[in-house]
Design a protein around this ligand. Sequence first.
Ligand SMILES: Cc1cc2nc3c(=O)[nH]c(=O)nc-3n(C[C@H](O)[C@H](O)[C@H](O)COP(=O)(O)O)c2cc1C
Length: 170
Amino acid sequence: MIFYELAKARYSCRKLTDKAIEPEKIERILQAAIAAPTAKNLQRYTIWQVQSPEAFDKLKQATPYTFGSALAFVIGAKKDGAFDRPFDNKNFAEIDAAIVATHLMLAVQDEGLGTTWVGWFDAPKMQELFPEMQGYELIAIFPVGYPAEGAKPSPRHEDRRAMSEVVVEL
Ligand SMILES: Cc1cc2nc3c(=O)[nH]c(=O)nc-3n(C[C@H](O)[C@H](O)[C@H](O)COP(=O)(O)O)c2cc1C
């Protein structure tokens, strides 16, 4: 799919199947994610691929939003070692991780799969259940699966502010 079509076609898919996803698709999605730019190329993020039934059960204890899938990616940003802008000490770890997350989300769409960026989860609980996530800002969970029958965008999907409102020419 060309990029503009992909960007328009993407929607938060909240009805997924638990059908296994081909490893080559997962590989391409992860390659697209790690191709993302990061400030000073410091890449202080981790993507956890949650797919064993035990791990997925734990994930479900921290969020109600897995939408029927059996695979999820969790993205964490590590502030320590990421770029700090010297003028105001702004740390770029979460920005970097959000770019990685966006690449991943769009790659999922390009593979004909569905996902939703999930920010509603109990981050402390996640870190209790998955100690390897401690020390990270957990920014997103992406449950991933084939769209289930009847999956469709929510009515809010088309609701976008007008370009004239969000783009300001100076
Ligand atoms: C940072 C972020 C956090 C979000 N968290 C959730 C969430 O926890 N649960 C959910 O169902 N959707 C979540 N969404 C999806 C948004 O609700 C959705 O993107 C928005 O309503 C626009 O719809 P669309 O993605 O179909 O275009 C989140 C999206 C973003 C970007």
